[in-house]
Design a protein around this ligand. Sequence first.
Ligand code: AMP
Ligand code: ZN
Ligand code: FE
Ligand code: FE
Length: 286
Amino acid sequence: MLRYDLHTHSVYSDGTTVPGEIAREAAAVGLAGFALTDHDTTEGWSEARIASAEAGVDFLPGIEVTTRDEWRSTHLLGYGIDPEHSELAEALARVRRSRVARAKEMVRRLSADYDITWEAVIGDAAGAAVLPESFTPTVGRPHIADALVAAGYFPDRGAAFAEVLRPGSRYYVPTYAIETVDAIGMVREAGGIPVLAHPAADRHSRSVDVSALERFVAAGLWGIELDHPENRPEWIPELERFAAGHGLRLTGASDYHGAGKPNRLGERSSAVGSWEEIRSLVAVPR
Ligand code: AMP
Ligand code: ZN
Ligand code: FE
Ligand code: FE
C-alpha cells in the first residue's frame, strides 16, 4: 500500500534535518512521498524537490501557517500554494518578523535566570551551519529550547517546553498569528489546499469545537489532520462525525521534526487517494 507523510519540518523552521535528508529518509522508511510543511516559510521547497527526485519519492510543497482563532493557537497546513501570492507572502513575512521580536523578548526574560543569549539561540539554531548564507530559519520556541539544552539546563526540548516555554510560564510571550479564517482564505486564493493541523492535539485543554469548524468550512477548509501522533483518541469521534457530515477530507501525518521531537517520519500517513486528490487540485508539477 502506498503511504504518504503530509506534515514534516526541516531546519528551515524548527526541524533538525535538511529537506534533502527528509527525502532520503522518506525513501528509506518506505514512504511513496512526503510534504514539507515548515512553519511560515517555503524556502526549503527547492532542495526538497531536487532531493526527492533523486531519492525516488514524490514531493508535495506545503507550509504550516501560524494562525489564531479566538483564544486558540491554531496551525493550518497549506498544500501547493503559490509562494509569490502577495497577500499570503506578506502575511507570512509579518509572522516571521513577529517571531523574531517575540523570541528575543523570551530570551531577554530567560536571561535573568539562565545563562543564555540571543546569539546562542540563533547560532545554535539547528540549521545555522547548513542553511544558505544570510538565511534565518523561522524562529520558534524550539530554537530557544535547543540553546537551553546545549547550555545543560534541560535534557531535551520537551523538558524545556514543560518547564519554561509553555504558555503560562513567566518567560512566555505570544507571537502574532493570522486569523484562522483569513489564513484559510489566503491559502485558497494562493491556489492551495487548506487542512487543519492536529485539531485534537493533547497540548490543548479541548478539541477544536464544532462552531469553529463550521466557520472554517465556510471559509474554504478542505480537510482535517485526524491521524496525528498528538491527537487525543477520545476527541477523534466527534471530529470524524463532523467531517463526514461536511464533506471534509481526512489526512494522516507524523509532524516529523528530526531529532527535535519523538515523532518518527512516516509513523502516521495518508493513503494514495488523499495524496492524489490534493495533487489534482493544485498547480504543482511532479
Ligand atoms: P512556536 O512556534 O514558537 O510557538 O513553538 C511551537 C513549536 O514547538 C511547534 O512546532 C511544536 O512542534 C514545537 N513543540 C511544542 N511542544 C513541544 C515539545 N514538548 N517538545 C518539542 N517540541 C515542541
Ligand atoms: Zn514545529
Ligand atoms: Fe503544528
Ligand atoms: Fe508541525
